[in-house]
Design a protein around this ligand. Sequence first.
Ligand SMILES: C=C(O[C@H]1C=CC=C(C(=O)O)[C@@H]1O)C(=O)O
Length: 325
Amino acid sequence: MLIFRLPDSDIFHTLDHSQQKPVSFVSFDTKTVLDFKGNIREISKQDIDSQNISPKSKSQLIEIAKETPESYALKIAQAKEFIEKNELKKLVLSRRKLLMYLDITSEKKLSLTKSFLKFCDSYPSAFCYLFEKNGEIWMGGFSEVLGKFDKRNNSFETMSLAGTLPLAESWTDKEIEEQKAVTDYIQSILRKFSSNLKVSSTKDLISGNIKHLKTDFSAEISPESLDKIISELHPTPAVCGFPKELCAQGIKSIEHFNREFYAGYIKVETEDFIYYFVNLRCASFFKNYAFLFVGGGITLKSDSEKEWQETELKSMAVQNNLVFE
Ligand SMILES: C=C(O[C@H]1C=CC=C(C(=O)O)[C@@H]1O)C(=O)O
């Protein structure tokens, strides 16, 4: 079962039964691709709410150490060593926040469908989804677009989205440099595939309790190069670092968990468009706990306490929208 809502839309979608594969979830390391089959059709809020999406297995949480500000600070120190040694601009580090819901709700049960609808209301300009497949349940949603291809005129759009601050704070060199690394990377790739690249000015993008820096790109491309562009773009330095392979290795050796679908992307093909949404602000759900995946760009200017706060604020996107009844 998959339910999703496209950005800036109030129509919800699911898939009926057919052999088409209009939606695919690609993991961060691109090794896992979860295809959803069917034709895209509308689904009402009432029908969403009547779906029974709840973890079936009695998963037990035996020994997963909770990340603390101190343990995360150690990982940030390792990330900085890695950045220095390899003369990098940044590395995107993440944590898997453990949320035990039996502890916090006593008798009440988590309603994933109600949580999804609340999450969609809170983030109207985000692509939001909830799926259950092969015993796995994931929910998430964010506004970062890795690609949007218009089949009617071959135009391709993407964005550089990075840098995070609470709404009231002012941008510093740390966030500006962090986002510029993403902008430069995207630009260098798109220039290879298009001669009419347009780059916007950089603006704030507000996402709930925080803001990010965002630059938009648009270009005319040949449809044959779309797959190559996506595979060159992903993972961008908004979720990994540059050079990609070296940074992905560094991330793996520091984080010590599998990112799975977090920081991967979701491909959605409609009649006119092919979208590729970056899978951030997401969580996977089990019987009595969830993993909330949250990260941030680390540079030599990073302050570990602020980086921790940033991941806490980001985790509220999912956490504040969970509905227990
Ligand atoms: C990696 C994440 O955010 C990315 C997107 C926006 C801002 C980011 C930052 O400030 O580090 C990250 O690049 C995440 O939310 O887990």
